[in-house]
Design a protein around this ligand. Structure first.
Ligand code: FES
Ligand SMILES: [Fe+2]
Length: 395
């Protein structure tokens, strides 16, 4: 098995990665640090895929908006006065100022710099003192937009006009998770973290239970008793979505001495299972039987990733008298511990992987099936489908 990697732009470099998992070699360390590789990932993965922007309930009323950056693109996600959810550029068509920050409600998007103002469908309706600008027509200065579509209360965006509709791209997921009634859940807590680690390190870490008994040994004990080993069942459609499922015997992602009820209407199998789902490339969701938690990760160059973690409960659970107290006491603190532990280990990997002496490793055949699949997903996107050699635009 070769220990050093050739050019990261040559398909030959990945022949060993794409072998069956018990023979396969991990990705070359350079793909976690290279700016050019990262730029290709943005272009071939993030600008082509459905990306989670927010939850619909964050913008329930006409005029509600949230400002987010996705792969360094400033966007406004809003609900217009026809009730349509839109994703508009947040960059003013005059000289580019950010139009709004944070979240709020507005009738018009009025630029804070020189007061050019836009309707919530992006049309420019006011541009003060522009009468003398020859040939200037406001109709030519609409805010650019990208596609926005909704599934189960999640608002996704897509930079690719030609992408298949969100619901089609989700495959069997909406059906598989319909009984969780996620559209009726409400966000009860959000955390934002910035990791000094490449986004792929975060995804890989989230894909396997191999690290749970070591990295999470402190936090694991706060969860449902029965965590005997880290065996995961898995299913899914590689490259679209994957599900790792941990059954009751292996510990549920539910606090010990739980006091909050399970989601009504779940099958016995789902009551006994925690599903860990990735919808490529941007959404990681954990589905224990009592709530959902999910992570969006926003790559910010090859060395940084911003992670937003959300926790949602069914409204019936939130309405319980003891909800706040129980959530604060038993549900949120272990999540914070898990996040801190994963942040720590991801940053450790990022620091270690950058050395001149760093070499490619091997996958654990029983524990890292989805990590192996993810490696193939990245390579296939970045290098494309052309079987005849390296891509040419890179150096
Ligand atoms: S930059 Fe927005 S009005 Fe001038
Ligand atoms: Fe973890």
């Amino acid at each position: 098995m070769p220990q050093s990697s050739g050019s990261i732009w040559s398909r030959e470099t990945y022949i060993d990665t794409k072998r069956p998992i018990d023979e396969a070699t991990t990705l070359p360390p350079e793909v976690y640090k290279s700016q050019e590789w990262y730029d290709r990932e943005v272009e071939t993965i993030f600008l082509k895929s459905w990306l989670l922007a927010t939850r619909e309930e964050e913008i329930p009323n006409p005029g509600d908006y949230v400002r987010i950056d996705i792969v360094e693109e400033p966007l406004i996600i809003l609900r217009d006065y026809d009730g349509i959810v839109r994703a508009l550029s947040a960059s003013c068509r005059h000289r580019g100022s950010e139009l709004v920050a944070g979240k709020g409600n507005c009738k018009l998007l009025k630029c804070p710099y020189h007061a050019w103002s836009y309707k919530l469908n992006g049309e420019l309706v006011a541009a003060p003192s522009m009468e003398d600008a020859k040939g200037f027509d406001k109709a030519d200065y609409t805010l650019p937009s990208v596609r926005a579509e909704i599934w189960a209360g999640f608002v996704f965006i897509n930079f690719n006009e030609n992408a298949e509709p969100l619901l089609e791209s989700l495959g069997n997921l909406p059906k598989r998770f319909a009984s969780y009634n996620m559209q009726d859940m409400k966000v009860t807590r959000k955390w934002e973290n910035r990791f000094n680690a490449n986004w792929k390190i975060w995804v890989e870490n989230s894909r396997e239970g191999y690290h749970v008994r070591t990295v999470h040994r402190e936090s694991l004990d706060t969860y449902y008793p029965g965590a005997k080993n880290s065996k995961f069942l898995s299913e899914g459609v590689p490259g679209v979505y994957e599900i790792n499922s941990s059954d009751n015997e292996n510990g549920l992602y539910v606090p010990r001495n739980k006091t909050l009820p399970f989601i009504e209407g779940l099958s016995q199998e789902d009551q006994d299972t925690t599903h860990f789902m990735v919808y490529y490339p941007h959404l990681l969701m954990n589905l224990p039987p009592d709530r959902i938690t999910f992570h969006q990760y926003f790559p910010e160059g090859p060395n940084w990733t911003r992670i937003v973690t959300w926790c949602c409960f069914p409204q019936a659970t939130i309405d319980l008298e003891n909800f706040e107290e129980e959530a604060e006491d038993k549900y949120y603190p272990p999540m914070e511990l898990f996040i801190a532990e994963d942040k720590g280990i991801c940053e450790l990997v990022h620091r270690g992987i950058g050395g001149r002496l760093t070499q490619r490793g091997r996958f654990c055949p029983t524990e890292e099936k989805t990590v192996h699949e993810f490696a193939a997903y990245v390579v296939d996107h970045v290098l494309g489908d052309d079987e005849n050699g390296a891509i040419t635009q890179s150096t």
